[in-house]
Design a protein around this ligand. Structure first.
Ligand code: CAA
Ligand code: NAD
Length: 297
């Protein structure tokens, strides 16, 4: 399949990443289906997209008419068959769970047309492992977007063991059509970016856990001392503590290296349902006044 033949993209998951991916695909002119497991998740995803696009209208980056056209290109649904039917590309952005992702791809393999390309937005999980749940491993690839998707310019492209050169070139070109820069990464747990980012984020939690400094001062130190747009604890709240724990546990199980060991504090917070921004509480309390990412700059 050629990128110019792509008409319909199916995005699996309407969460933080799924709705951002659906938005950039619709902005690039594609017909998009965005599938989640419950209506309220689909609705949340659609509302986030509308809120983000409205900000663009207010800032004069697009007209109301252009925004309506983008919104009309996105169909939210809980129906897997309707979402995947006749899709040219599936981009999967469900929770970071290896067994669940394999199960979803196994189902999609039965529904999707044979030429449909499967891309996973996983943060860490083996592309080869997920591809082996399908009968199309040569058409399976990692397409790792960054949060927030409409703003972050990178897509890490990860080839699995059997990914064809044709599939790689297709996803590289598609990513560029979505307005992204790409890097090609050979398969390894966490690929390139999260291999470096995770030890940094986990060490921030150890630093807090050991009482070296406070939440606010640690974020302030990194924002001002290293010129990062967000301190690591703000970033963890932004990424989702549940997702960060999934990634850490997966990378630890693969590398058996203490660099990826999750701090007890992170595990406790996730067990308590404090997932960060998306649940209202993490290292900061978003039910009160949410801290601005640039609060220290
Ligand atoms: N969704 C969509 N757009 C958003 C947004 C969001 N959540 N937050 C901000 N924006 C947009 C704003 O509308 C604004 O757009 P324009 O330039 O078109 O006006 C732009 O982003 C800048 O926003 P602000 O001026 O309000 O705020 P800022 O300058 O502080 O930037 C930020 C916000 C881009 C999020 C910045 O804080 C940042 O870059 N943070 C770090 C993000 C990061 O590291 N992401 C990677 C996470 S790790 C990952 O994704 C991989 C993984 O597997 C876990
Ligand atoms: P999220 O928790 O915000 O959203 C995940 C969504 O998947 C939820 O709405 C959930 O209901 C849905 N879901 C679960 N099972 C499903 C199924 N069978 N079919 C359809 N939807 C299903 O998580 P997220 O942050 O959007 O992460 C999604 C994926 O993107 C993960 O693999 C994650 O590692 C990766 N990722 C996350 C970030 C980040 O910063 N959060 C960055 C890059 C990549």
């Amino acid at each position: 399949m050629k990128v110019e033949d792509v008409k319909k993209i199916c995005v699996m998951g309407a969460g933080l990443m799924g709705n951002g991916i659906a938005q950039v695909c619709a902005q690039a002119g594609y017909e998009v289906t965005m599938r989640d497991i419950e209506d309220r998740f689909v609705e949340n995803g659609l509302n986030t997209i509308k809120k983000n696009l409205s900000r663009g209208v207010t800032k004069g980056k697009m007209t109301q008419e252009q925004m309506n056209q983008v919104v009309n290109r996105i169909k939210g649904t809980t129906d897997l068959k309707a979402a995947a039917f006749n899709a040219d590309v599936v981009i999967e952005a469900i929770i970071e769970n290896r067994d669940l992702k394999r199960k979803v791809f196994e189902e999609l393999d039965e529904i999707c047309k044979p030429e449909c390309i499967f891309a996973s937005n996983t943060s860490s999980i083996s592309i080869t492992d997920m591809a082996s749940a399908t009968k199309r491993p040569e058409k399976f690839i990692g397409m790792h977007f960054f949060n927030p998707v409409p703003v972050m310019r990178l897509v890490e492209i990860i080839k699995g063991y059997d990914t064809s050169e044709e599939t790689y070139e297709f996803i590289d070109e598609l990513s560029k059509k979505l307005g992204k820069e790409t890097v090609l990464v050979n398969e390894a747990p966490g690929f390139a970016v999260n291999r470096l980012l995770l030890p940094f984020l986990l060490e921030a939690i150890f630093t807090l856990q050991e009482g070296v400094t406070t939440v606010e001062d640690l974020d302030k130190a990194i924002s001002l001392g290293l010129n990062h747009p967000m301190g690591p604890l703000t970033l963890l709240d932004f990424v989702g503590l549940d997702t960060a724990l999934f990634i850490a546990d997966y990378m630890y199980s693969e590398f058996q290296d203490s660099k990826y060991r999750a701090p007890t504090l992170l595990r406790k917070m996730v067990r308590a349902g404090h997932f960060g921004r998306k649940s209202g509480k993490g290292f900061y309390d978003y039910t009160k006044k949410p801290p601005e990412p640039h609060q220290f700059r």
